[in-house]
Design a protein around this ligand. Structure first.
Ligand code: AMP
Length: 550
């Protein structure tokens, strides 16, 4: 027997309608590409999104058509999120930090009909001009006063002019909640980037889940600033969850340095922010150098790569809670959040810190398995490890237009994350490593994350990575690659002394390499692949035991 409740589809346009109706005066503040802050309300944002929807219809888009964006976190990008997806089209966010060839591939593979871009990315668009000739429109996200004159892009449209003459009434269509709403490519270390095609339903459910107190914990009383870009996995769903809760939304644009972020947080009363560890390193260092504190910020959500304990302690010393979250492009992204339970509040500080440094416990809706050899479920004892599998309503079951399947071969219906993890009795999951980053020495696994966390706590070290070096005797051995703080030095002897007593003897890295900077991927994570390549070059012809650093 079926229940007798209304069958109302979960659509992204309903978030917009909700925000306009009940949080109409809620603010959206954006740092703009043109300069200065732009501010308006959810009511105005909803009105402009409707004008945009009318403009898109006039361009002749049909249900399911892809609309590409190359843009920062800003109000026009937000209008595209809703104007495009609310109309039944697909908002295809493209990561401008990828190589040109990858961007070209992604636009072609995604089959984009229209491309919108921020002025910052004009050079990329000009380079791709030939490829874009067949598109219905290429639109610069600016006003007439700032329109570039581009010989390479003769038919270039202006965003403000495109929507200016449109009526501000538009009836958001109702359709199947499983209709595609967004597309985001994930660039693995091998093969072509793969497209993850989100649906209205998956995005709405994900937004509800992250908003929960033990998710990312959002409320109408918050001002939320996603530093994580809107071009990568929908800025972790915050552009949907903020208007859903009525929270003020603060969008940082291209200004992600410590000084700009601190000024924005203080000026706009930001209470919750979210981003990858690299960004926070920059902010914390800037604050230390300039003796600044936070007056309002209460929580920072950190994910995308492991959070070093020293980073958690540095935020704690500034009175800010750290909520680690885990996710992937294929999981919308958030699946785990490390919110402590009441019993943990009484734990000694060190034990609480250890829990906060785990990736977190499952949000409702997401099921996790730790699969050992032959697919056996491993005990939830916080020690036994295996491959992390996940399933849930916001997990990809296929990639866009590709035969490659994200499903685990031995576990149909489960997505294999590629992360090796432990789970404890409370459901807290800890990543031991990415399957491909683990160092396998003498048949034993060494967690690169553990060794990086230890290194990161040394006062001379700015940023650290552990990579495997091939070894004839052991198979692989760990090598530490670091960037030093200005004026600092760090030798092999310093390294050995620092690791002593903090890990087993055989896990201590064999060597340390100092670089001026560490390479990062387009999503701000350490690029272990590039580091391994640099290492190969560095190790060739290396003298034994030199003094490193100066
Ligand atoms: P992407 O799809 O590019 O966002 O990358 C997903 C991968 O990032 C995951 O499989 C993890 O290996 C890694 N990742 C995400 N969040 C965390 C976290 N909190 N700690 C460690 N690794 C993470």
């Amino acid at each position: 027997m079926l229940g007798t409740m209304m069958d109302v589809p979960l659509l992204l346009s309903s978030i917009l309608r909700h925000a306009e109706a009940y949080h109409g005066d809620g603010e959206v503040v954006s740092a703009t590409v043109e300069g200065g802050l732009h501010r308006y309300t959810y009511a105005e944002m909803a009105q402009r999104s409707r004008k945009l929807a009318n403009a898109l219809a006039r361009l002749g888009l049909k249900t399911g058509d892809r609309v590409g964006t190359l843009a920062w976190n800003g109000y026009r990008h937000l209008e595209l999120y809703y104007g495009v997806s609310g109309s039944g089209f697909v908002c295809h966010t493209i990561n401008p930090r990828l190589f040109r060839e990858q961007i070209a591939y992604i636009i072609a593979h995604g089959g984009d009909s229209v491309l919108f871009f921020d002025l910052t990315f004009l050079p990329i668009v000009e380079e791709l001009a030939e490829q874009l000739k067949g598109l219905k429109a290429v639109v610069a996200m600016t006003d007439e006063a700032h329109m570039p004159k581009s010989a390479a892009l003769p038919g270039l449209l202006c965003y403000e002019s495109l929507i200016a003459g449109e009526p501000d009434s538009f009836d958001w269509p109702s359709f199947d909640e499983n209709t595609a709403s967004g597309l985001c490519y994930t660039s693995g270390t091998t093969g072509d980037p793969k497209g993850v095609l989100y649906s209205n339903r998956s995005c709405v459910l994900h937004a509800m889940a992250i908003a929960m107190p033990d998710g990312l914990g959002l409320s109408a009383n918050d001002a939320i600033c996603p530093i994580v870009p809107m071009f990568h996995v929908n800025a972790w769903g915050l552009p949907f969850a903020a208007p859903m809760t009525g929270a003020k939304l603060v969008l940082p644009g291209a200004h992600l340095d410590g000084a700009s972020l601190h000024a924005l947080f203080e000026g706009e009363g930001v209470s919750i922010t979210a981003g990858v560890p690299t960004v926070w390193l920059g902010l914390l260092d800037w604050m230390d150098t300039h003796a600044r504190e936070f007056s309002i910020l209460k929580r920072v959500v950190i994910g995308g790569s492991a959070v070093p304990p020293i980073m958690v302690s540095r935020f704690h010393s500034k009175g800010v809670e750290v909520r680690q979250a885990w996710g992937m492009t294929e999981t919308s992204p958030v699946g785990l959040a490390a919110a402590l339970k009441p019993k943990h509040q009484a734990f000694p500080a060190e034990q609480r810190l250890a829990l906060e440094c785990k990736q977190g416990r499952p949000l409702f809706g997401m099921e996790f398995r730790v699969a050992g050899a032959e697919g056996r479920e491993m005990p939830h004892d916080g020690k036994s490890f295996g491959s992390m599998l996940v399933r849930g309503p916001w997990v990809a079951q296929a990639y866009f237009n590709t035969a490659t399947s994200p499903a685990h071969e031995e576990h149909p219906g489960w997505f294999d994350t590629g992360d090796v993890v432990t789970m404890d009795a409370e459901g807290f999951i800890q990543i031991v490593d990415r399957t491909k980053d683990v160092v396998k020495s003498g048949g034993e696994w060494i967690s690169s994350i553990d060794l990086e966390n230890i290194a990161q706590a040394h006062p001379a070290i700015q940023e650290a990575a552990i990579v495997a070096r091939p070894d004839t005797r052991w198979g692989e051995r760990p090598v530490l690659v670091v960037v030093l703080k200005p004026g600092a030095s760090f030798t092999r002897q310093d390294m050995r002394a620092h690791y002593e007593g903090k890990t087993s003897k055989w896990c201590v890295p064999d060597d340390v390499i100092v670089l001026d900077e560490l390479p990062h991927t387009a999503t701000g994570k350490l690029s272990k692949k590039t580091i391994r390549e640099i290492l190969q070059e560095q190790m060739a012809g290396r003298a034994p035991d030199p003094e490193i650093g100066s």
